[in-house]
Ligand binder design. Sequence first.
Ligand code: MLT
Length: 270
Amino acid sequence: MPINYDDSGQGQPIIFLHGFPFNRSMWRDQVEFLAPRGYRCIAPDLVGLGEAHDKLQFVTNAQGQTEVCATTMADMARDIAQLMDDLQIERAVVCGLSMGCYVALEFIHLFPGRVDALVLAGGRAEGPDKAEKQSREQQAKKVIEKGFAPSVENIIQSLMAPRTLAEHPDVVARVRQMVAATDPRGAAAAQRGMAVRRDYSQDLPSIEVPALIIAGRDDGVRKPIDAETLHRGIKNSRLETIADAGHLMNMERPEAFNRAAVDFLEELSH
Ligand code: MLT
């Protein structure tokens, strides 16, 4: 098997694609909720993140230093197709959060016949501008040099809603632990991959499958227009906004997220 993954339940397959700088454990509440309800929940670690370190690639730069190469969204999408092949799954619902949405949009572009439906949480379609590319390269270098210790508290503050920070220390602790466990080389590779991602806006009109777009009302890293653009661009889509949820909406408000997801999934089967 090319990557590490969890595989629970039987029925309609759902592939869960995690955000950055996280790992497959961020989907725990969704897997525990959906697996007993007739869904086969498959949550992989994307390359370089979680336990999936072995596929990173390196080059020697002009100064003779070893540099980690970008893991592109297409690399990650191809790994998912390979995992589905290995598991003999032809089609699945693909559910991504944030970076996982970039991978989901790349996946449906590369393998349109393998997607039953999309769930896109905390996502956006637009590609990176020059400033974003520069910022990602700076962050890649910084994480290689210093790890996540200097930035973890800022990451936590920016990714979760005020209510989560005040009332859910358990969720905050899980997020802190995921960030601390992330391999800086894998994080740098993913940053470099996100810096060269395509602009998915022009793909949206050709997406034919049903899509659920989920936004966190208190998301500090996505703007409402990001979810609205996905919703307007994908013809057969619906938009749900979760109150008191930030960027990590599935962990912060799992009941609301799971309710939105299961309502959507049940409609698909009717
Ligand atoms: C994520 O949560 O995956 C990141 O915010 C994605 C990004 O940096 O665009």
